[in-house]
Design a protein around this ligand. Structure first.
Ligand SMILES: Nc1ccn([C@@H]2O[C@H](COP(=O)(O)O)[C@@H](O)[C@H]2O)c(=O)n1
Ligand SMILES: C[C@@]1(CO)OP(=O)(O)OP(=O)(O)OC[C@H]1O
Length: 206
């Protein structure tokens, strides 16, 4: 039986770039140095320092709105905005950042570090928890790279004071903090105006 080879797959066409060649501005690729196989009987473990890989951590927090409390979000007071319920000041942005840093450093979470059973943290400011968290992360031998936070909910509108809020939290951890926000387009508990949520990621180095 004669087998007819299938035609090669069609090469994707490249859009007309008006004479500009894709990749023409890139340096010529450099061939990697050949890697010699380890000689037979060589020990598998080499006496070299382990690479200092970055570690990421994730944090989430949610608090219900409480009109009777001052609104503290992302280390900043928001006059005229609904406050947040909680054992502390309910600053979801600072709390999510704490959890992300603790997670990156393998130091547990907010509850295991500052549980509601510890009266000394009652009504604590988010910035106070974050300052203490950064101290614990550094004491465990980590450098803090950065923290990124996203607020999820309608109020407060972080965009109106983003730089101020980022600076307040950056001062607390001694590293850059970026804050974004989304409203969820009216969906879910945040859309119904029941509360505010935040998610954060942190990067630390050993
Ligand atoms: N608490 C918030 C929520 C949103 N923003 C800003 O509004 C933009 C549009 O929100 P979507 O839900 O439609 O994505 C968002 O990108 C933020 O710039 C805010 O400042 N504070
Ligand atoms: C911060 C702590 C402690 O004061 O209390 P809350 O303000 O209730 O915050 P939450 O993020 O729900 O839990 C962590 C608690 O340990």
């Amino acid at each position: 039986m004669t087998i007819t080879p299938e035609p090669p797959p069609a090469v994707p066409t490249v859009p007309d770039l008006g004479g500009v060649q894709l990749g023409s501005e890139l340096p010529a690729p450099v061939s990697p140095a050949p890697i010699s196989p380890a000689p037979a009987g060589a020990p598998l473990l080499v006496d070299e320092p382990a690479p200092r890989l970055p570690r990421v951590g994730i944090g989430n927090d949610v608090h219900a709105y409480d009109e009777g409390r001052e609104c503290w979000v992302a280390g900043v007071q928001w006059p005229g905005q609904p406050g947040l319920a909680g054992h502390s000041d309910g600053d979801v942005a600072a709390h999510a950042a704490c959890d992300a840093l603790l997670s990156a450093a393998g130091l547990g979470d907010l509850g295991s570090n500052y549980g509601t059973d510890r009266p000394e943290w009652a009504n604590a400011a988010g910035v106070a928890l974050l300052t203490e968290t950064a101290k614990r992360v550094r004491a465990a031998g980590f450098l803090i790279g950065n923290v990124a936070i996203q607020l999820i909910g309608g109020a407060p509108r972080i965009g109106t004071r983003r730089a101020e809020a980022e600076q307040a939290l950056a001062m607390a951890i001694g590293a850059p903090v970026s804050i974004s926000a989304t409203t969820t387009d009216g969906l879910g508990f945040t859309g119904r105006g029941e509360g505010l949520a935040a998610t954060a990621v942190a990067l630390v180095l050993m």
